[in-house]
Ligand binder design. Sequence first.
Ligand code: ATP
Length: 267
Amino acid sequence: MEHPTIKIDNLSVSYFNNDDYALDNINLEANDGEFICILGKSGSGKSTLIRCLNGLIQPTKGAVCYKGKNLLWLKDEQLRKVRREMGMIFQQFNLIPRLTVSQNVLTGMFGYRSKWKNFLGVFSEEEKQQMENALKLVELESFKNKRVEKLSGGQKQRVGIARALVQRPEVFLGDEPVASLDPGISEKIFQLIKRVHDEHKLLTIINVHDVTLAKRFATRIIALKDGKVIFDDKPHLLTNEVIGELYDMQDTKIESQDLNIIQNAKD
Ligand SMILES: Nc1ncnc2c1ncn2[C@@H]1O[C@H](COP(=O)(O)OP(=O)(O)OP(=O)(O)O)[C@@H](O)[C@H]1O
């Protein structure tokens, strides 16, 4: 039997092992080809959910399964393999600032190589070619010898995408990847993520505050409120009423310009 790429069963997470749940009984399946955006107010549980998907956070109750395997049951080596198949980008980029663009991208291959090769920093011609291809896709070939600390936020996120790409991922995760970027740059980063998604036929799951971006790029939107899923459907079905409920604006008539205010109101 074919398993869903990701299946979440009765997932709850409490950071303090008490009744205060960051995620409260989540159930969902996600499959290759889906471009899922997770929406929700600050503190609604978006980051917690995305970090459960690759085992960075463990469930307090319930299970996260990747291709039919419960992450909790995997041995360290198996979990490393799963993580290798899940490229991830972050709000603060998580790059190594003093290293160059190409060195940062090459670190994305570490999961495929021996420890001593990583320690010595020796890469084959094929690996270097993979790095060049990824930099070409994110249009940073001419920056490859530049230190990452000298780059703009948008360029740093493109390095993050290239690093995730050389992992040869099957799942692409983003934890607020555009929250620190200007709207125009955010749009470009989403276009790039969509291109990577389409070319590699990935399952993409991205946390985002920007309702407009989510509606434009996602094939499915999941909305979280207080750790619970309150909407899980196609973007065009995300009505202003649901958006109002999501952001506690039920009594306000939401006009399209309000979406810009919502998306910029992080806290
Ligand atoms: N490391 C942690 N220790 C304790 N509580 C945490 C931790 N991380 C998150 N929480 C709590 O869990 C809840 C969900 O947080 P989470 O970061 O998942 O939400 P979020 O929707 O991603 O928020 P934001 O948009 O601000 O990043 C919040 O109440 C938060 O305070």
